[in-house]
Design a protein around this ligand. Structure first.
Ligand code: IVH
Length: 685
């Protein structure tokens, strides 16, 4: 065992200890539950790997925390156990194998006996566990979970919860009835509470679970009553236990007694059924009015439950199958910097791989140097990463208490890591930028953007190939893509004729992409696809956009100062204008009207039949066909007397002769485009 491991274990113990004190004693949690769980797991793993690490005061060695002063402490008649966690179905399978093995040993001493059991799946409500005691059918005591052995007597508070019956709703109830369940705050109540607290400047409640726990332990029951706590019952113990054979029955009996029992429970025959329930509720739970953080799976047979019994902390017959957290702790192994297509220099954290919301995360953006300073992040630190929805993972905060002694401060570079030119920090911006127009990293980024789906959508041209093209100096600007030939591409490593041909074709077909996509592809700052559409609608040709000044652009509805500035500055730079010239000369669309993706189909060619022959200068056959069809025309393969137009390109053969013979009108691609263009409605500024 290395000294690093020893000190890591020590740090984890202290962090976990402090976090549970803040949670249980101060009612002021400083660590998210999911983070706490993972750190706890890490300590458990270390201890099981190196048992010498286990100290008597390790948080893994105790069940919970001591009750706080203010309420009298009560011993639970039956301890309130907590649940073992499984974080995915594979861990659930291990848990299942565990109880099966245990049962095999208990029954026959044989390991590996496969005993199957029916499970009850319930939602794991994110609230606070309480134990209720009824004597002769009357509520006599309500106690918090506390350390599982004894809790606090909060009977007066519990009496304010409307969904808890003060008297059991059955004739001749058993002399003593013990009911356990979860007290919780509905999300709407929680949100409202926090809104009020915000207005009065009070500290906000961390989450509904903590809000429920805190509320239950308010000393003034009137305050509790105002908070609208709710309660779901989930276990039942009768003084005469023999009456109930299945957990499912106790849930039904609880309901008859007058308790609220969560309606989304389900009997599941095996692991597969449990998996289906778990998957289904992962999304459906988001529609519920209360918070859930997993599924509780319990063996249905009470006889089997009794055979299995408890470890010193958990029942062997139940497990919490938790949903993946969107936040997790991990360690920063290194920090690198990335140069984007706008020249922005972004620091990137390289992380020890961690499972987050179902995917493995190894990198997180750090945005900029200021952010690193704000976080007080060093290489080697334990951090909390978050991945919410589609967003790139980011570091939320640093657990500085867990910082190892050699943690290194990271300095942002003074020179671009790709081209070594000096970087600048524009005023009012947090990011550093490389402003070298021929920086290879900027060029690569621009190319990747140009070929991307929403821009020119050039398939087959991925990041790897872009890298090769730039490194081989075949491509020094996006316009160079259009000079690539099959033989040239074939000189690149691992490039066959077939793929080279496909790529050249894909590049050529991008020439028919509409002006709005071209504008987006240019990668002007602040011009995403939707801004690009707004601009091209107002400025249907690049010439008009070049002539427009910032004030005019800003006058367009939906376009702000920043966007307008960015566009007008971009179109004033000689290098950019030269690029547009070149792109125009290779045939890209800089005018709105001839967009083949224009959905506003006209009826210009209604009833007209076209034939296309030979190679057209810019349009491919399919593109010409699409254009004709979009304008209401028909395109056929052979010339007849019914043909209205023959669009003839280079090397037009027999069709041209036939058309001449039949007197069919012969036009060039430019004529076709002109016809369409002249018909387009004039867009006024
Ligand atoms: S059964 C011995 N069922 O989860 C059985 N617990 O992480 C113990 N919880 O302390 C509990 N919903 O506060 C059970 N349907 C449910 C639950 C549930 C939420 C809580 C309970 C427990 C914690 C364990």
């Amino acid at each position: 065992m290395t000294p690093e491991i020893q000190s890591r274990a020590q740090q984890l113990r202290e962090k976990i200890q402090a976090a549970s004190y803040a949670y249980y004693v101060l009612d002021n949690p400083d660590l998210e539950d999911s983070i706490y769980d993972r750190l706890y797991r890490e300590l458990q793993d270390l201890e099981s790997q190196y048992p010498a690490l286990i100290t008597p005061d390790s948080p893994t060695q105790r069940v919970g925390e001591r009750p706080a002063a203010g309420f009298s402490s009560v011993r639970h008649n039956i301890p309130l156990y907590s649940l073992e966690n499984a974080f995915d179905l594979a861990e659930f399978a291990k848990w299942e194998a565990g109880w099966q093995r245990h049962l095999g040993l208990a029954l026959s001493g044989a390991v590996g006996t496969k005993e199957s059991a029916e499970y009850v799946c319930e939602l794991k409500i994110d609230g606070s566990a309480i134990a209720l005691t009824y004597e002769q059918g009357l509520l006599v005591r309500g106690v918090t979970r506390g350390d599982g052995e004894s809790g606090e007597d909060i009977t007066q508070n519990i009496r304010t919860i409307r969904s808890i019956p003060l008297k059991l709703n059955i004739p001749n109830p058993p002399p003593i009835v013990e009911v356990r369940g979860e007290a919780f705050l509905p999300i709407a109540v929680f949100d409202q509470l926090n809104q009020e607290r915000q207005q009065t400047g009070e500290q906000l409640l961390a989450n509904p679970r903590n809000a429920a726990a805190g509320t239950l332990r308010q000393l003034d029951p009137k305050m509790v009553a105002q908070r609208k706590l709710d309660f779901f019952a989930y276990t039942l113990h009768l003084s005469d236990e023999a009456q109930i054979n299945y957990h499912w029955e106790s849930l039904e009996l609880l309901q008859q007694m007058g308790f609220k029992v969560n309606p989304h429970r389900e009997l599941c025959a095996d692991l597969t059924a449990v998996g289906a329930y778990y998957d289904r509720w992962n999304t459906e739970r988001l529609n519920l009015a209360y918070m859930t953080d997993g599924v509780v799976v319990k063996i249905n047979s009470i006889a089997l439950q009794q055979q299995l019994g408890f470890t010193n902390k958990f029942p062997r017959w139940a497990v919490a199958l938790k949903y993946p957290a969107e936040e997790a702790p991990t360690r920063v192994i290194d920090i690198s910097v990335n140069v984007g297509r706008t020249g922005a220099i972004t620091p990137l954290a390289h992380l020890a791989p961690v499972q987050l919301a179902g995917t493995t995360v190894q990198r997180a953006t750090l945005h900029n140097g200021d952010r690193i300073a704000q976080l007080d992040l060093r290489i080697g630190d334990t951090v909390i990463v978050r991945k919410a929805g589609e967003i790139i993972p980011e570091i939320v905060r640093v657990l500085t208490d867990l910082r190892p002694s050699g943690a290194q401060v990271f300095k942002m570079p003074t020179h671009c890591p790709a081209c070594e030119s000096i970087v600048i920090k524009p005023v009012n911006e947090a990011v550093l930028r490389c402003i070298n127009p021929s920086c290879p990293a900027i060029l690569k980024g621009s190319l990747v953007h140009w070929v991307s789906r929403d821009a020119l959508d050039i398939s087959g041209l991925g990041e790897k190939l872009v890298e090769q093209l730039v490194d081989s100096k075949f491509v020094n600007s996006v316009a160079d893509l259009y000079d690539l030939t099959v033989p040239k591409l074939m000189t690149l490593e691992r490039m066959g004729e077939k793929s080279a041909t496909k790529i050249v074709e894909a590049i050529a077909s991008s020439k028919s992409k509409p002006w709005s996509r071209v504008l987006y592809g240019l990668g002007i700052r602040h011009i995403g696809s939707s801004n690009s559409s707004i601009l091209t609608e107002k400025y249907p040709s690049v010439d008009r956009l070049i002539q427009a000044n910032a004030a005019q652009i800003e006058g367009i509805y939906g376009v702000g100062v920043e966007i307008a500035q960015s566009v007008s500055t971009w179109f004033k730079q000689p290098l950019n204008l030269a690029l547009i010239d070149r792109l125009q000369s290779v045939g890209l669309q800089f005018e709105q009207e001839i967009s083949i993706e224009n959905n506003d189909a006209s009826q210009l060619f209604a009833g007209k039949t076209f034939v296309v022959t030979g190679t057209l200068p810019t349009l491919k056959r399919d593109e010409a066909k699409a254009l004709i069809q979009q304008n209401g025309g028909k395109m056929t393969d052979s010339i007849s007397a019914k043909t209205d137009y023959l669009v003839a390109g280079e090397k037009a053969g027999s069709k041209l002769a036939k058309a001449e013979k039949l007197g069919v009108k012969i036009i060039a691609e430019s004529d076709l485009l002109a016809m369409i263009k002249n018909d387009s409605s004039i867009i006024t500024d």
